[in-house]
Design a protein around this ligand. Structure first.
Ligand code: ADP
Ligand code: MG
Length: 732
């Protein structure tokens, strides 16, 4: 969430030096989190909005809703306790009075605001119940010079105060190389007005003169904004065009079905043996992929489909086509559990057809690994499935032609490139199929992934019943346990997910462990102790359920800190139905497929992101049984749920459509989305808006090829300036 508070910020400490060998301070870490590493990154971090601290307003002249700065004397100050504890301070500036209200305050604030003091106050003026007021305004002792430029308010994150960020940005702006990369002939080509220089535009946007029309900054129509948007769009077009040209020059082995002998192809046999018919959507995307594979250009395709839409079988059919043509195929998944699921499913389908599949993972024994490597090198293994282990140097394929990456957003650029580099045949590239359950909204797909072909499965397999989603307060936990009981009585299985808090994995562990113990106890005793705050009962079952515990319900525990072997053992027990309940941290987030599971409980659902909740929910509703998802929320100390948390839970109740979820996610997260996406490495647009900046987009589209051909050095500098190392992303 970008902080909106510009005033009353703590005194800034030293802004960061360009390279710091000393341990990083919290604000420095926060800067990195925002991707602000280079001077130019800081210079290109532009304000969200501005505050006008260049003048004082007379209270009598201020209208309701105005953001104003006033100066006056405190005439009254009191602590009141109704409706709740708050500090109320009356200020008189000679023209009128106004009440300042604070709910959070320190004794030092009370001192600055004591009766008789002269103060400068900044805030939004509102007509309150008892006259005009400002709630939580910024303030300080009166006097001192007024600002000469508007005060920028930057997008930020927790732990990075505006004042610190402001100093850092100005420092970056002063040091950065802002020399022109746009050829002079571009500056007013087909534009309503010539572009200003980058240096001018940036200096202005960081410190606009007070007489600027604020509206032109807000709607970004000001010439300085035009320049920045033009720059950004050009960088995007350049990098995509470059990636396209690089790819067009590459070659891949065409993967065609062999000419028919008496025997069916693997692909045909696989289709024959499937226990279900493909949906129309699966057939369509399958055909799109097959058409790509036939070409001698490397496929670069993203297969997107909601959780449970059946992407795996589409991948298996592509793999079969690849092996039909006599080449090897590799499938890489982000976690061992997920990779193993794929492995099992695929050997179930392919081994009866005489295909050998190799399994590669970081945790396997040396001997097992050696055997797998030998099978891969000799070509005995037609298909290789695994985790990151697949891209290690030691793995040498005989003839890799198709690389499939599941949950592609979980992999870094370097990893995707590494998988592609596994192709050793005379300068050719393998075909690349990436899969994701997090759909990219259409407008983004068209502009940011212009170099990527997208196939979409927009239909779920038949016979799925919709998942009923309920939002339930933590205080009703006991009812949820009842619900679990009734599901178990019907022979169904249940997931219980606990949140993972980044900073404190140990706390999560306690949380998940306690929930596990408490659930085991509750489900195995008719007079269960209350779940909340209960201590683990003495000698409660191990993570694998109660050893020798005959009739009781088996509750398993799965968390990220467990050794892989143990994780697998737990997962296997749950898959085979020996565990009724699986308590887990978010390790089950992606890909787990246990159709008998019909209830998903997500604890502290308010802490999860929307797409994460959607992914988790997708673990149920995979069989024919009616399924449900319970979103347990806790408000903790706060009286109510935060606004965005509420919006997320509401979206979950209202829709089950992954595309709609993605759209709402974007809407809820707003501008913060840009920051999140930047971290993930995708060069998203921060400033330009494709829907409204059509003229600039046309300009950038027309000039990008000219720039690459005529001014290649400037083009590289321009890409580097805007995308830094991220330009690589487009190649992966
Ligand atoms: P995801 O797209 O989330 O990876 P999966 O490939 O794991 O989904 O498929 C979810 C479940 O649906 C699996 O159990 C799979 O075997 C099954 N499935 C896939 N396609 C069909 C189909 N056309 N008809 C019925 N079940 C299907
Ligand atoms: Mg999957």
């Amino acid at each position: 969430m970008p902080s909106r508070s510009a005033s009353a910020a703590p005194v800034p400490k030293t802004p960061p030096a360009a390279s710091a060998a000393a341990p990083k301070s919290q604000p420095q870490k926060a800067l990195e989190k925002l991707g602000l590493r280079r001077d130019i990154d800081l210079a290109l971090h532009l304000p969200l909005r501005y505050e006008d601290e260049t003048r004082l307003t007379r209270l009598a002249d201020a209208r309701d809703g105005d953001m104003v700065q006033i100066e006056g004397q405190v005439t009254h100050s009191e602590l009141t306790f109704r409706p709740r504890r708050q500090l109320r301070v009356t200020v008189d500036d000679g023209s009128d009075t106004c009440v300042l209200r604070f709910i959070n305050f320190y004794p030092s604030h009370q001192k600055t605001l004591s009766v008789g003091a002269r103060v400068r106050v900044r805030g939004e003026i509102r007509g309150g119940f008892a006259g005009r007021e400002m709630v939580h305004p910024g303030f300080r002792v009166a006097g001192g010079e007024l600002a000469t430029a508007l005060t920028p308010v930057y997008p930020t994150v927790a732990g990075l105060p505006q004042a610190y960020l402001r100093k850092a940005v100005l420092g970056g702006l002063a040091r950065a190389d802002l020399s022109e990369t746009l050829p002079a002939e571009f500056m007013n080509k087909n534009l309503p007005q010539p572009l200003s220089s980058l240096r001018e535009a940036l200096s202005f946007l960081h410190q606009p003169a007070p007489d600027v029309l604020l509206a032109t900054l807000e709607d970004r129509s000001h010439p300085a904004w035009q320049r920045l948007k033009a720059e950004e769009l050009l960088a995007q077009q350049l990098s995509q065009l470059q990636a396209r040209r690089v790819r067009a020059a590459m070659r891949a082995p065409p993967l065609r079905a062999p000419v028919h002998g008496p025997q069916c192809t693997l692909q045909e046999q696989l289709l024959e043996r499937l226990p279900f018919r493909l949906t129309a959507a699966q057939q369509r995307v399958g055909a799109e992929i097959a058409a790509d594979l036939q070409k001698n250009l490397p496929m670069h395709r993203l297969l997107q489909g909601d959780v449970g839409s059946g992407k795996t079988v589409v991948a298996a059919l592509a793999a079969a086509r690849c092996m039909d043509a006599g080449w090897q195929c590799a499938l890489m998944a982000p976690t061992e559990i997920l990779a193993e699921q794929h492995f099992r499913k695929l050997i179930g389908w392919l081994e009866p057809l005489g295909i050998q599949t190799a399994w590669l993972t970081g945790s396997q024994k040396a001997k097992e690994r050696r055997e797998a490597l030998a099978m891969i090198a000799s070509g005995a293994a037609g298909l290789v499935v695994g985790t990151h282990a697949v891209i290690q140097d030691k793995v040498i394929f005989k003839n890799l032609a198709l690389a499939i990456i599941d949950e592609q957003h979980r992999f870094g650029v370097a990893q995707r490139l590494a998988l592609r580099s596994k192709m050793t045949q005379g300068g050719e590239e393998p075909h690349l199929l990436m899969m994701t359950a997090t759909p990219i909204p259409r407008t983004l797909a068209m502009s940011y992934y212009a170099d990527l072909d997208v196939s979409t499965i927009d239909e779920l397999p038949p016979g799925r019943t919709p998942i009923v989603t309920k939002v339930v307060a933590e205080s009703r936990r006991d009812e949820v346990v009842e619900r679990i009981r009734s599901q178990l009585a019907e022979g169904r299985q249940v997931y219980w997910v606990c949140p993972l808090i980044e900073e404190s994995e140990s706390v999560d562990l306690i949380n998940a462990t306690q929930t596990h113990e408490a659930l085991s106890a509750a489900l195995n005793s008719p007079h269960a102790p209350p779940l909340r705050g209960s201590l683990p009962p003495e000698g409660a079952g191990s993570a694998l359920g109660r050893p020798g515990g005959g009739a009781g319900t088996q509750v398993g525990l799965l968390h990220s800190r467990m050794p892989v072997a143990e994780k697998k053992a737990v997962m296997a027990l749950f898959t085979s139905g020996q565990l009724g309940v699986l308590v887990s941290t978010t390790v089950i987030e992606v890909g787990v497929d246990v159709p008998n599971a019909s209830l998903m409980v997500i604890e502290h659902a308010e802490r999860f992101g929307l797409s994460q909740l959607h992914q988790l929910r997708g673990r149920v509703g995979r069989g024919a049984a009616a399924s449900a998802c319970v979103l347990l929320y806790s408000t903790g100390e706060a009286p109510r749920l935060g606004e965005t948390a509420r919006a997320r839970l509401k979206a979950m109740v209202e829709t089950q459509d992954g595309f709609e979820i993605a759209r709402r996610d974007l809407e809820i997260r707003g501008p913060g989305e840009f920051l999140g996406a930047r971290q993930s490495g995708a060069p998203l647009l921060r400033f330009a808006d494709l829907a409204t900046d059509t003229e600039l987009l046309a300009w950038a589209r027309a000039l990008a090829p000219v720039m690459l051909d005529k001014y290649p050095d400037l083009a590289q500098r321009h890409i580097l300036r805007w995308l830094g190392g991220k330009a690589e992303f487009l190649k992966a």
